[in-house]
Design a binder for this molecule. Structure first.
Ligand code: NAD
Length: 382
């Protein structure tokens, strides 16, 4: 993700006329050789090997947290206390309580905050939001969201950090369903209650010797327990009466990054698939008999949010531009002193839903979001 974020900082002022313009002042990593090389490759002017030193620097205004999940809270709180704006990867934290402490810290110190749910910023997803807000789908009945991957199906794939509960909080749930939850909150509304199941298919894996991103090399002799879910599936009811089904898995063979949703309303339906991210399929009941059916809008025209900044119609954009588009909002927020959506408030709500699904999977009961917040009081506000 460090590469995706770096690219967005480099590109945002190339395509968009934001008043605040990022300067790639310093990147941080623990290993000097590695971070020096990363700085040179990705265009950072300097580097640090301790994030505390980065936060202490007077020439740094924004701290961007792109580390594994167990370090988000400590870094974000320290950054806020030092008066730095904070941009943080998802999921915001390991627990609801931790995420609330992060929100308290950014609010108390009056810094701008944002969480990286980049998929909101695909022009087709923004267009879906506009259609829904204009009432073109009418009352929303269903959302059907899946986030399907297959990168750990080999039982010999090692115990990388994404399979450690201590480091990441949960597995497919926090890594993948967190994005679907964010899209559902963005497009449909607030969750009311959930009922979930979680499964770990491969219970033991080789201890990791070396890893980077989604790849890793394991020990041939030593094995350790897998502590997180390989797959999570849940049902949801929304405050507005809509219902949803969600499936996040790392065991859906053939699906490399199947981040998809379909929304059905009283007047029509929409569907989106990250693997064809420029397109939005729409269906309207009011279309003439005999001509009804899903049609595909290629969301690359001037009228589509962010798309006009790039190329002529149908000259498609890609994954990296979801980050660039988000960066427009972060730069505007920093310039004008507000926290653009999705911010840490969204991170906390997302975390509450992740926690509710985990509780439901354990108790085999429906879990209501208001109860999750009530139980977390007084530290956590719904
Ligand atoms: N928004 C998305 O679509 C998306 C996609 C992938 C990952 N993520 C999130 O991004 C974060 C990072 O994931 P990743 O895939 O880039 O992981 P990664 O393992 O590829 O990279 C993490 C980097 O953080 C560095 N690091 C770890 N601890 C550090 C510390 N204390 N100080 C400085 N550097 C440290 C590691 O050396 C590594 O370079 C996670 O929170 C993950 O959930 C989000």
């Amino acid at each position: 993700m460090g590469k995706a974020h770096s690219h967005a900082y480099r590109d945002v002022s190339f395509y968009f006329d934001t008043k605040a313009k990022p300067v790639l002042q310093a990147i941080c990593g623990r290993n000097e050789e590695g971070v020096k090389e990363a700085a040179a490759t990705m265009g950072w002017q300097s580097y640090e090997t301790d994030w505390r030193k980065l936060i202490a620097r007077d020439d740094i205004d924004l701290i961007d947290i792109v580390t594994p999940n167990n370090s988000h809270a400590e870094i974000a709180i320290a950054a806020a206390q030092a008066g730095k704006h904070v941009f943080c990867e998802k999921p915001l934290a390991l627990t609801l309580e931790q995420s609330q402490r992060m929100l308290d810290a950014v609010e108390k110190n009056g810094v701008v905050h944002m969480i990286n749910h980049n998929y909101r910023f695909a022009p087709a997803v923004q267009w879906a939001k506009k259609l829904i807000e204009e009432g073109r789908l009418g009352r929303i009945y269903h959302i059907r969201a899946t986030y399907l991957q297959d990168w750990i199906m080999d039982p010999e794939f090692p115990l990388v950090w994404r399979l450690s509960k201590e480091v990441c909080g949960s597995g497919a749930l926090g890594d993948l369903a967190a994005h679907s939850i964010d899209l559902a909150r963005f497009l449909v509304g607030e969750f009311k209650e959930v009922s979930g199941i979680m499964e770990t298919f491969i219970k033991e894996r080789p201890i990791v010797e070396d890893s980077s991103g989604l790849s890793g090399k394991g020990s041939s002799e030593q094995k350790g327990p897998v502590e997180v879910d390989d797959a999570s599936v849940f049902l949801a009811r929304f405050e507005n009466g809509a219902i949803g089904t969600f499936e996040a898995t790392r065991f859906a063979g053939g699906n490399r990054n199947g981040n998809r949703f379909e929304i059905n309303g009283e007047k029509g339906s929409i569907r989106w698939d990250m693997e064809n991210m420029n397109n939005l399929d729409v269906y309207f009941h009011q279309d003439e008999d005999g001509l009804q059916g899903f049609r595909t809008i290629n969301c690359t025209e001037e009228v589509h949010p962010y798309a006009g900044a790039y190329w002529p119609a149908a000259h498609i954009i890609g994954y990296e531009h979801t980050f660039t588009n988000l960066m427009v909002e972060l730069m505007n927020g920093i310039d004008q002193g507000y926290s653009p959506l999705p911010n840490f408030v969204d991170g906390v709500r997302n975390q509450a839903i992740l926690e509710a699904v985990q509780e439901s999977a354990q108790t085999k009961q429906w879990v209501t979001l208001s109860d999750v917040f009530k139980r977390a009081e007084p530290s956590v506000k719904s």
